[in-house]
Design a protein around this ligand. Structure first.
Ligand SMILES: C[S@@+](CC[C@H](N)C(=O)[O-])C[C@H]1O[C@@H](n2cnc3c(N)ncnc32)[C@H](O)[C@@H]1O
Length: 194
């Protein structure tokens, strides 16, 4: 499904505002201390790719070639490939860390994508996620449910009402309570492969 998040110029214009309003700090916290072999899934136009420290060796992928073309200009040193979370083109146990930012709202098969992440992570590897999730307040969650069909069509796949943390734990990860940042419906956390 195509929509606003698949128009690179428009996506970057909107996200520049989000980053200026504080999202850039979340991106830095998400990846700023990573090292070793890192896979970023759904990198889009590459807005998080510029925050990796020197000790990290990232590879990134996205199913949308137009977004990747922009990511290539933003982070020319990072290898990029066209692929989706549900079918990661890597052998098992390849990565020290897997990163997603604002992606699992859009992945079609959430358990399938998380199972693939579990497979490609080394034992002891970390899953780092920055995601917006289902509201904890029943009122706001019902509102998310109400706007979801129209929002998903307009955005090109984003579901605002996903319980992503629950899905992550059901997929065999443990979210570190000491690395679980919450603000409104935004979450930034680190989870270990169990
Ligand atoms: C809201 S954008 C986020 C882009 C970028 N990560 C960021 O933080 O700005 C959602 C991204 O998820 C990607 N995406 C959608 N379905 C996906 C899937 N099944 N596997 C991997 N990426 C996917 C989209 O192509 C898009 O680039």
């Amino acid at each position: 499904m195509r929509g606003l998040e698949h128009i690179p110029l428009l996506y970057d214009a909107g996200m520049s505002l989000g980053d200026a309003l504080g999202l850039s700090r979340w991106r830095r916290a998400l990846v700023g201390d990573l090292h070793g072999q890192v896979l970023e899934i759904g990198c889009g136009t590459g807005r998080t790719l510029t925050y990796y420290p020197d000790g990290a060796d990232p590879v990134a992928l996205d199913p949308d070639p137009a977004l990747l073309a922009r990511a290539a200009r933003r982070a020319p040193h990072v290898p990029l490939l066209v692929a989706a979370a549900e079918a990661l083109p890597f052998p098992g146990g390849r990565f020290d860390a897997v990163v997603t930012s604002l992606v699992f709202c859009s992945v079609d098969d959430v358990p399938g994508g998380l199972a693939e992440i579990h497979r490609v992570l080394k034992d002891g590897g970390r899953l780092r996620m920055l995601e917006h999730v289902r509201a904890t307040s029943p009122f706001w969650a019902r509102l998310q449910d109400g706007i979801q069909p129209a929002w998903t069509r307009l955005s090109g796949g984003c579901r605002p009402n996903r319980a992503t943390e629950e899905a992550v734990e059901a997929a065999g990860f443990r979210i570190d309570p000491g690395a679980h940042k919450v603000r409104g419906v935004l979450r930034c956390f680190s989870a270990s492969k169990q």
